[in-house]
Design a protein around this ligand. Sequence first.
Ligand code: GRF
Length: 204
Amino acid sequence: MDVRIAVLASGTGSNLQALLDDPHVGPSIVLVVSNRPKALALDRARAAGVKAVPLDPAHYESREAHDRALRAVLEEEGVELILNAGYMRILTPVVVGAFEGRWLNVHPSLLPAFPGAHPVRDALEWGAKVTGVTVHFVDEEVDHGPIVVQECVAVLPGDDEASLHSRIQEVEHRVYPRAARLLAEGRLKVEGRRVHVLGEEDRP
Ligand code: GRF
């Protein structure tokens, strides 16, 4: 696929790894950025020969200043599409506006249930019987943009946060690369809050 993709990640980067390992998406990933300079995700990028850039918010005077720097890094690399993979930072219009419609996030719940930083814990504490995975477009609100794909994961009686999150991540690792491929192939059409996946017959 002739497209330049950046991945933003804050943590261990297992979703990043699933994207790097995908034969369609992986070769198009040209940049990984993390707000945590020691994130394992940056090591995974380096191991894959992908440019890894730490952007520590502590070095910037405001959220907007950080996001201007992020936007500059993305533009310098000629990035066309962005994939958040466990990126635990709220973004401002400074950067979101520049890439709207070209930016996905993966979230470990069935949005709009359980947005925010602790969706797996929140689902357990709420007593939900079913939770899951959402891949959605990024817009200027947190965990809010149009939904590309969702898949359910059952909450089992003996689950704790770790066991449930581990089953959710298995699903993430399968569905996120597929959704990313659809975006990269130009097959996602957004109409209001609805996302249509264009089939072969609809493709331009
Ligand atoms: C994932 O479950 C993602 O949905 C959430 O944070 C987790 C990141 O995991 N936002 P990893 O860094 O990809 O392993």
